[in-house]
Design a protein around this ligand. Structure first.
Ligand code: ADP
Ligand code: MG
Length: 240
């Protein structure tokens, strides 16, 4: 399944569209409101905000891992709100690459098994070892790392494996959540250069979230979380 492009009147494809979203973690918790936000195909967005501003929540909504309380989310021409839970899972596996803040790799499995799982869930016919060969080169990892257990890797290696897993199915949309937060300045710059050079030849739409303003230099489009979404307390419920 590939994301068909939603054509606007001006013929520019929309990759992501949030419309009138509300979301809250619990009845008494503040509600997140996002009125309208669109990202065009192939755009590389740096979405920044302080810790707790809602970056991970927004990525979770965009990937369909979290369902909004109201409103709709379109990824390409697919309206996630209209898909069943299993359809959303399948859609995500096929079309969205996610690099989670904590990587979410399975520590007791090997690197190759972690990446093969992404292919298994997408049910694509990707030959993992063949596809990985040039990608390993790009992220400067040796081939023999494929058989290592993830638990034995350094943070920097896990981070690069998480990128490979996110890219293995050639997703149309890449969501990246603060991947550099555990790295020192040198490792952070090396990682960003590697990510950008890998993505140079792809047509992927990328939403990269971070609190770290020094990363904005890698992106041409910058947007603050507070420009697209706001948290509001529910006065009725907080009154009691
Ligand atoms: P960021 O990624 O920008 O640091 P988050 O999206 O993780 O921010 O969190 C936004 C707000 O939602 C915070 O106030 C946080 O405490 C709250 N929050 C995040 N995850 C949960 C959760 N699982 N349950 C309840 N509240 C949560
Ligand atoms: Mg976060």
């Amino acid at each position: 399944m590939s994301i068909a492009k939603l054509q606007q009147a001006d013929n520019q494809a929309i990759a992501v569209k949030l419309s009138d979203i509300t979301y809250r973690y619990a009845n008494t918790a503040p509600t997140l409101y996002c009125e309208n936000w669109q990202v065009k195909t192939s755009e590389r967005i740096f979405l920044h905000g302080d810790s707790g501003s809602g970056k991970s929540t927004i990525l979770s909504l965009l990937s369909g891992i979290t369902k909004p309380n109201s409103g709709s989310i379109d990824i390409g021409t697919s309206n996630l709100s209209k898909l069943s839970a299993s359809q959303v899972d399948k859609f995500r596996a096929c079309n969205i690459g996610i690099v989670f803040q904590q990587f979410n790799l399975i520590p007791y499995l090997s690197v190759i098994k972690n990446i093969e799982l992404a292919v298994y869930f997408a049910k694509t016919s990707v030959n993992v070892r063949d596809s990985l060969a040039p990608m390993l080169d790009s992220v400067k990892l040796p081939t023999d790392i494929l058989n290592k257990q993830v638990a034995q890797l350094s943070v920097g290696q896990k981070q690069r494996v998480a990128i490979l897993r996110a890219l293995i199915n050639s997703p149309d949309l890449l969501l990246i959540d603060e991947p550099t937060s555990a790295l020192d300045a040198n490792a952070r710059d090396g990682f960003m250069q590697m990510l950008m050079s890998m993505e140079q030849t792809r047509d992927t739409t990328m939403i990269f979230v971070s609190h770290d303003q020094s990363l904005r230099q890698y992106f041409t489009q910058h947007i603050a979380v507070s420009d697209i979404c706001q948290w509001r307390t529910n006065s009725k419920e907080s009154a009691c």
